[in-house]
Write a protein that binds this ligand. Structure first.
Ligand SMILES: Cc1ncc(COP(=O)(O)O)c(C=O)c1O
Length: 408
């Protein structure tokens, strides 16, 4: 048996070659230069083109480009008409923006638990959080794996709630042949540099609803009426516009996204077929209703017991040494972030609001994922077949040495 790479042995994943990310492609470079020299650094044809092309790609009627994925969710909340004191159900296992935008508009987040099988919001827990003050739900298609819409949409309809799909991770994902982001009132995306469609910073909101689209456009442009550029402002709101440079880069990146997603999906299938065979590595369910996948990252759950009690941190360290860049993800659920200390949240809400005690909340699914998640980022899935096959080999090698690693 080969010595572990962490002890100076050969790397099991030596052949895993992962492309750099983000990729400064020739097309993005050419568009960026054109935008730079074209005179429209703000608004104008580059923004319009990105909005048209992204709307077409995501099967949405409207797309509105914004400065990042956080303000995209905030804009959607404002456009659906969330008011101070309203309650919004939010995910517990995600990047903080999926929930922190709610107090930012004066509303109260209610955390739903996370399904440890899918890493997505748990519909049963959503039902438990609904009160008379609940106005809507923010759900994340975590890692690009779509939320079970067959379960979530009936809850939305039954309780007359809005649904914002945080699709920051899910450029290109599809549920039953329909692109995500178009099931709810709004879909929101991030184009931050680590995402599969990067523009440095950036984001976009999509909707099929004409009225909501018009509202979002006005609010995105500091209250100006659609298409106006002067000094008439009809709504008190912020400026969340994207620049032409971000749009030009994003258009170039969008051109290669469908092909890249196909490659990622094919590689993931290859990888899953082997990972599923490793006792202690729990992969997400294969679901035929997911008809296409987008990716920001992918996750498995690590069962230390099946690895002879080897801690997840030690496992990750050893696998990384073998050449596979896995990581652990979020250390705490969102409600355990210092930013969710009650006093901090209270300051943003109407005086006298009964703020939930987030610090003492316990949601077992989310907390389990904080302990067991092992993630890899989407560029890993762009490696060649030979490289992909080294990933399970590296995990098996570490497993074979688990006892000696644990005992150190
Ligand atoms: C799930 C999720 N939502 C929202 C965001 C916010 O996007 P941005 O960083 O563009 O503000 C992120 C960013 O990583 C995210 O992962």
């Amino acid at each position: 048996m080969d010595e572990l790479a962490i002890d100076g042995g050969p790397k099991a994943a030596e052949a895993l070659s992962i492309p750099e990310w983000p990729q400064p492609t020739d097309t993005s470079r050419a568009y960026l230069l054109e935008a730079f020299e074209g005179g429209n650094w703000c608004r104008g044809p580059w923004i319009e083109r990105l909005e048209d092309e992204f709307a077409a790609y995501h099967d949405a009627k409207h797309a509105i480009a914004v400065s990042n994925g956080t303000v995209a969710i905030e804009l959607a909340l404002r456009a659906v008409g969330v008011e101070p004191g309203d309650e919004v159900i939010v995910p517990s296992y995600s990047f903080i923006a999926s929930a922190s935008v709610v107090p930012a508009v004066g509303a109260i987040p209610r955390f739903a638990d996370t399904d440890p099988e899918t890493f997505n919001i748990d519909p049963d827990s959503v039902r438990e959080q609904i009160t008379d003050d609940t106005v809507g739900i923010i759900g994340v298609h975590f890692a690009g794996y779509p939320i079970d819409m067959d379960e979530l949409l009936p809850i939305v309809e039954e309780h007359d709630l809005f649904l914002i799909e945080d699709a920051a991770h899910a450029q290109g994902s599809e549920w039953r042949g329909q692109k995500v982001g178009t099931f709810g009132d709004f879909g929101t995306f991030s184009f931050q540099e680590s995402k599969s469609l990067p523009s440095g910073e950036g984001g976009i909101v999509v909707t099929d609803n004409d009225v909501l689209a018009e509202r979002a456009r006005v609010m995105q442009n500091i209250g100006r009426s659609q298409g106006e550029t002067g000094y008439r402002h009809y709504k008190l709101s912020s400026n969340s516009r994207m620049s032409a440079f971000q749009a030009a880069v994003a258009i170039g990146q969008l051109e290669k996204l469908p092909e890249e997603n196909d490659r990622r999906e094919a590689n993931e299938k290859l990888l899953l077929a082997e990972l599923e065979e490793i006792d202690g590595i729990h992969t997400k369910p294969r679901d035929d209703r997911i008809t296409a996948r987008g990716y920001c990252l992918e996750n498995v759950r690590y069962d230390a017991e099946a690895f002879g009690g080897l801690s997840r941190d030690r496992f990750i360290e050893a696998v990384r040494a073998e050449g596979v860049p896995v990581y652990d993800g979020y250390e705490v659920p969102i409600y355990k972030q210092p930013a969710f200390f009650r006093d901090q949240v209270r300051r943003l809400l109407p005086p006298g609001t009964d703020v939930p005690d987030y610090w003492n909340l316990h949601l077992p699914g989310a907390e389990r994922l904080c302990r067991e998640n092992v993630a890899y980022s989407h560029p890993v899935l762009l490696a060649d077949d030979e490289g992909i096959r080294t990933i399970p080999a590296a995990i098996r090698k570490v497993k074979a040495h688990a006892d000696e690693l644990r005992e150190r």
